[in-house]
Structures are given as C-alpha cells and as structure tokens.
Ligand binder design. Structure first.
Ligand SMILES: Nc1ncnc2c1ncn2[C@@H]1O[C@H](COP(=O)(O)OP(=O)(O)OP(=O)(O)O)[C@@H](O)[C@H]1O
Length: 331
C-alpha cells in the first residue's frame, strides 16, 4: 500500500525553546523527500512526533491519514531509524533478531537484510567494533526488516564514505521506485541532492521551503544544467535547436541554461540521444539552500503553497540496490 506522510501545523516547545513551529509538509509515495535544516532546527523532534515518540503541543502528523499510534501494524507500515546506536556487546545478528521477533517477521529475513545492507561478513561481530558507516547500515537494515511502505531515516548518510553514499542513494531510489515513501533528514543539501526528488527545508523549527528539488533552484533565478552523452556534439545541437543555450563543457558535461533538467531530458529523448549524466550545477543549489537556512532566501511565501503540491510518482526503472555494496566504510 502507498502512504503519504502528512505533517500539519505541528508545534512542539521544550520549556521556552520552540523546537518545531506550525510546520506543514508532505512526503509522497514513490518519492524520496529530503528533510533539511541546520543542527538544532527541529528535524529529529519532527520525526519523533511523526513516530508518536513525542507529543505535539498542537497540529498533527499522519501516515496514510492515520496517526502512527493508531496504525494497525505500525512496524510493518513504517520503518524508522532515529539513531545508529546499538548495544556494543550485542552482535549485529542479535540486534536484528530481537527486532524481527518484536515485529513478527520470519527469521530468514535477518540474513536477507544483512545481504541488502552489505553487512553479511560482519553479522556475527559485536556492534561495539562496527564503524559509524556499519552502524548506519545496521540502522537502515533494522528499519527495513518489516518491508515497510514508509521509510523514515534521521541523518542516514552521516558517517558513510563516498562508496557508502552511492550505495545508499541507489537503495533509497530503488525503494521509492517501488512506491514506498522515503523521508530522510540531513543538515547538508550536498549530501542528499543526488538522492532526493523533493526537499523540505526548516529553519529554527519553521518551514522555509517545500517542493521539488528543482523548485529550490528556480527561486534564485536561472539554473545551469550539467548533461553529458556519448554523442556530445549531437546533444549540443539538439539543445540549441530547442532554444537552450550551451555554454561549453565542465568536467566533460555540457553546461546548459534556458532549459530545466526535465526539459533537457525530453530534448535528448526526442533526439534519440541516451544520457550518461544529468544534474543541476551544485554551487547554485547549495547557495540557494544556504540563503534559506540563514533567512535571506526568498522562498518563504511560496513554501506553504509548494507544500501542498502533489507530485506524480517517479517513473523509470531503478538500478539494482543490492549491486556491489561498499566495504569501504567498514571498520
Ligand atoms: N528533549 C528535549 N528537551 C529539551 N530541548 C530539546 C529536546 N529535544 C530537542 N530539543 C531542542 O529542540 C531544538 C530542535 O532540536 P532537534 O534535535 O529536533 O533538531 P535537529 O534539527 O534534529 O538537530 P540535530 O541535527 O543537531 O540533531 C533544539 O534547540 C534542541 O536543543
């Protein structure tokens, strides 16, 4: 089943600290949503309220229209990881075995999960000897034990090496391609920008922006798309014929303005040119994000409207998430 995560007017104070303030956004099935904000901006508190672990002062958080605490089989509907801390004297296997008994999934699932998260060789080692990257993999595996429709992850990329980041990106994109709702928090846009479809940015507990990643770019003006193909001259000609402007190359990719990434993809498709790379130039997105979190961004007025936008599920096949998991971040 598909479930939208919906946060509406969520507010939570700790004493005089307003951790979360009138926050509204949705995370949609079939999409990876990045929940972004600096340290202390209220991300963990929000996820805790979605999971029924903290009680909002006002507002609501629902999963498929129902509060977490009212779900019939919560652990099989929502898989969550709020921390990568485990009892250091327990093996990874003992941890997963306890968790899978608690939620009532078969024992065979444990080895499947170790395989999925690339920890099969470390399954019988104590987690006290795991690197942070390995603990992140175990935390993700724990969240996926019940094959949930909704996956909520707090800073899952923190501590992963570049290979680990690539691996988790492929896995999360695969989960979304099967219709799951994936919501992950991060304090770094650069860490997740190649993984997410949508972004929700919060600043001091308040919504600063919600919408598709490409939308974040539009607020600061024209963006530059980086695109490459085996037939680079043919691609450049097709783009220019479609009134886009090609500004030479950067690291082997064409730099294109006058067309957003979707338009560039459509132009290439119409010209029968397969692409090997398509992205938005990093510096501009990062600046847009930094402007938002230091309060100088111009997106606030559009934020609520964007939060209401419904998005079509991402189409297209996903790469095999089990392919070549990294050993690089293992201890
Ligand atoms: N249990 C608590 N008691 C008191 N204050 C809290 C509690 N939990 C969070 N806060 C405060 O609420 C604010 C938001 O914290 P939260 O942990 O949700 O932010 P965050 O965006 O997840 O940050 P980080 O990435 O650093 O974990 C912070 O000012 C924090 O100090």
């Amino acid at each position: 089943m598909q479930h939208t995560v919906r946060v509406e007017g969520l507010t939570k104070k700790y004493g005089t600290v307003r951790a979360v303030s009138a926050l509204s956004f949705t995370a949609e099935p079939g999409r990876v949503t990045g929940f972004l904000g600096p340290n202390g901006s209220g991300k963990t508190t929000t996820l805790a309220m979605v999971l029924g672990l903290a009680r909002p002062d006002s507002g609501s958080a629902t999963i498929g229209g129902v509060p977490y605490t009212a779900l019939e089989r919560p652990a099989l509907t929502v898989g969550a990881s709020l921390s990568a801390d485990f009892h250091p004297a327990h093996t990874g296997r003992a941890h997963l075995d306890i968790a899978r008994r608690a939620i009532g999934v078969p024992a065979a699932r444990v080895d499947e999960i170790f395989e999925l998260v690339g920890l099969s060789d470390a399954a019988d080692r104590k987690t006290g000897g795991y690197s942070l990257g390995m603990r992140q993999r175990l935390a993700l595996g724990t969240a996926l034990l019940g094959d949930p429709d909704v996956v909520l992850l707090d800073e899952p990329i923190n501590g992963l090496d570049p290979e680990g980041i690539r691996w988790i990106r492929v896995l999360l994109r695969h989960l979304a391609s099967t219709g799951k709702t994936v919501l992950l928090s991060s304090h770094l846009l650069s860490e997740v920008q190649q993984t997410v479809d949508d972004v929700v940015v919060i600043r001091r507990g308040e919504l600063a922006f919600a919408g598709p990643l490409a939308e974040l770019q539009r607020g600061t003006g024209e963006h530059t798309v980086l695109v490459s193909a085996p037939d680079q001259p043919g691609l450049a000609a097709a783009l220019e014929a479609a009134q886009a402007t090609v500004h030479g190359q950067h690291s082997g990719a064409l730099r294109v303005t006058g067309a957003d990434p979707a338009a560039v993809g459509r132009i290439a498709l119409a010209a029968g040119i397969p692409l090997t790379h398509l992205s938005v130039e990093t510096g501009e997105l990062e600046q847009s994000f930094l402007d938002l979190i230091d309060g100088t961004g111009q997106h606030s007025s559009a934020a609520q409207a964007a939060a209401q936008t419904q998005h079509a599920p991402t189409g297209g096949p996903a790469p095999d998430p089990t392919a070549a998991p990294s050993e690089g971040d293992h201890a």
